[in-house]
Design a protein around this ligand. Structure first.
Ligand code: N01
Length: 545
């Protein structure tokens, strides 16, 4: 095959989710040539792939949306308090059209590899189809939960019925009417899909290894008055949200749980439970740092589960006891626990009797238990935060691969860059607040920071930027210190890499807060990119000699 000249870019953007879309828009505005490569046939990232029944965002629509264009935020109308997947995908498509982004995106094309060329100080990437792209910078806008995973159950391929993963859901409607369905897993995706599947299926069997805490969303049509309240002074509210720990205005209480009288404490939990959603974790200031405070919230939720679920044995199985509330991503639901009162739903505990294998007709667990199914839905999660990055064959200085470098866990400075990989940025990478925050707020902050950085590089005639190993080591150590001041590391969560056999147990996101983190990033930039090494083109050439 004849070699063709690679496409030349200032910035190669990988992924056309919200991060890739906003970055493309910003790159055009500052006059850098940029192009997006996207594996899917459309924009939207997470919201393109996760089409499972009941998929919905757990951040309120008025906050899970871009805040950088006043006309956009005033004009867009969300139909529900918590938008469903279809509406969020519609919003992503609207962004692509409104800002004329599609012509800058190549769809159905994954980036398979990227090599840093030390002589030129730039990257050569290659698509799975073999197209080469030369770019000064590469930005991985690949999302944190993009590599779906089905455990390697023996006999998986033998099963003759339909199988699904919530994170790779088909585009055509899936009808479960009259069918015997299994759902494996009880994380956020399962908790949202189970009530919907149960309404259709002849029988639904849920295979639960770890019960999860879940709070009712109390979702409903968007309240006009609430929408007007948000839109009146929207810009300032966005600023205020960026100054919070999570990037969400959720009425975080400054009060400590154990300094509150027991009856008043229960009232606070009851009020939050009734208003719905993840703001339950904002009931008190110390729920993720004090075991006693956390226990009071966990007890409250367990009492609710026991109230809702009719069969006491089933209720006990559904009560989480092996992790503090909120240390695994708190789930939100619409009638999840009520679903177990339906006669067509069975809960199977696979903690003590694990799934052993699949056969042509069904699923076996424990010591010889077996049931036949027409359909199996795997709601078994993702190789989170690092899986999508290390799946690309990224080679930095000296040919070191990112996969090798991160063998013992991800190492980054500010979640933005990793030492030895100049000019390679990550959006919401490990070491940044990302999945612990409103993703849109964190995406905007990273895109803005990277844009400012690239503009500064260009205006100063600089060729490469790269974090120093010292800055990186200090940031990783700081991230660990902050995480271990909380209860988070107690849980076997995907935040810790604990859901993937053999993955190093490291608390991956930065838990210090969106507000603190933003200040740190701004300070680093103001100090002339402290902790980063910036080189001129001549130095790059000399280094290669
Ligand atoms: O995945 P998960 P998810 N045998 O990893 C079980 C975001 N999200 O797709 O806990 C039996 O949480 C596993 O059991 P265990 C959100 O950030 C957001 O549900 O490992 N079971 C667990 O129950 C969320 O946290 C929204 O013991 C097995 C489940 O599979 C993240 O995505 C909606 C098993 C996996 O749960 C991931 O959520 C959806 C095995 N061998 C997702 N292996 C909203 O915005 C795994 N499991 C609302």
């Amino acid at each position: 095959m004849a070699e063709t000249t690679p496409r030349q870019l200032d910035v190669l953007i990988v992924g056309a989710g919200f991060a890739g879309l906003y970055l493309l828009h910003r790159m055009r505005a500052v006059g850098l040539s940029a192009h997006v490569y996207e594996g899917a046939s459309g924009v939207g990232g997470t919201w393109f792939w996760n089409r499972y029944p009941g998929a919905r965002c757990d951040v309120e629509s008025m906050q899970y949306s871009f805040g950088w264009d006043e006309d956009l935020q005033q004009g867009w109308k969300w139909s529900e308090r918590f938008a469903g997947q279809a509406e969020i995908l519609q919003y992503a498509n609207h962004i692509a059209d409104r800002y004329d982004l599609r012509r800058g995106i190549t769809f159905n094309t994954r980036i398979a590899a990227a090599d840093f060329n030390e002589a030129t100080g730039s990257w050569t990437a290659r698509t799975e189809q073999g197209e080469a792209i030369a770019a000064r910078y590469v930005v991985m806008a690949t999302g944190c939960l993009s590599t779906a995973r089905i455990p390697d159950f023996p006999g998986l391929k033998d099963f003759k019925g339909r199988t699904f993963h919530t994170g790779w859901w088909p585009h055509e409607p899936i009808d479960f009417t009259g069918r015997r369905v299994a759902v494996v897993g009880t994380g956020s995706s399962a908790i949202q899909s189970i009530p919907v599947i149960a309404e259709q299926a002849a029988h639904l069997t849920v295979f639960q290894r770890t019960p999860n805490f879940s709070i009712p969303t109390r979702n409903g049509p968007m309240d006009d008055e609430y929408e007007h309240w948000w839109k009146d002074g929207y810009a300032q509210k966005r600023v205020d949200a960026r100054r919070t720990r999570t990037g969400i205005l959720n009425r975080q209480s400054p009060q400590k749980a154990m300094e509150t009288a027991p009856e008043e404490r229960l009232d606070v939990y009851e009020t939050r439970w009734k208003s719905g959603g993840t703001s339950f974790m904002g009931s008190f200031a110390d729920l993720i740092t004090s075991q006693e405070a956390n226990d009071s919230a966990a007890d409250f939720v367990r009492a609710k589960i026991r109230q809702v679920v009719n069969d006491p044995k089933v209720a006990e199985l559904l009560c989480p006891t092996n992790h503090p509330i909120g240390t695994k991503r708190i789930c939100v639901d619409s009638h999840y626990f009520e679903t177990y009162n339906r006669p067509n739903v069975t809960l199977v505990d696979v903690k003590n009797a694990p799934i052993t294998h699949l056969t042509e007709t069904g699923l076996a667990w424990g010591d010889g238990a077996f049931a036949e199914f027409d359909d199996i839905v795997f709601a078994t999660g993702f190789d989170a935060m690092t899986g999508t990055l290390t799946r690309v064959d990224i080679k930095g200085r000296g040919g070191e691969t990112l996969k090798d470098k991160w063998e013992g866990g991800p190492q980054t400075y500010l979640g933005l860059m990793t030492a030895g990989f100049p000019n390679l940025f990550m959006i919401t990478g490990p070491g940044s607040p990302s999945v612990l925050s409103n993703m849109i707020v964190s995406i905007e902050q990273h895109v803005d920071w990277i844009t400012d950085c690239l503009v500064a590089m260009k205006s100063r005639g600089m060729a490469t930027i790269e974090t120093t190993p010292d800055a990186e080591a200090a940031w990783v150590a700081h991230g660990n210190v902050v995480a271990h001041k909380t209860l988070y590391p107690q849980a076997n969560s995907w935040y810790m890499g604990a859901n993937i056999p053999g993955k190093p147990r490291v608390f991956m996101p930065y838990i210090g807060g969106v507000d603190v983190y933003r200040d740190k990033c701004d300070e680093v930039a103001a100090q002339g990119y402290e902790g980063f090494r910036i080189s001129q083109p001549a130095k790059v050439a000399q280094a290669a000699e």
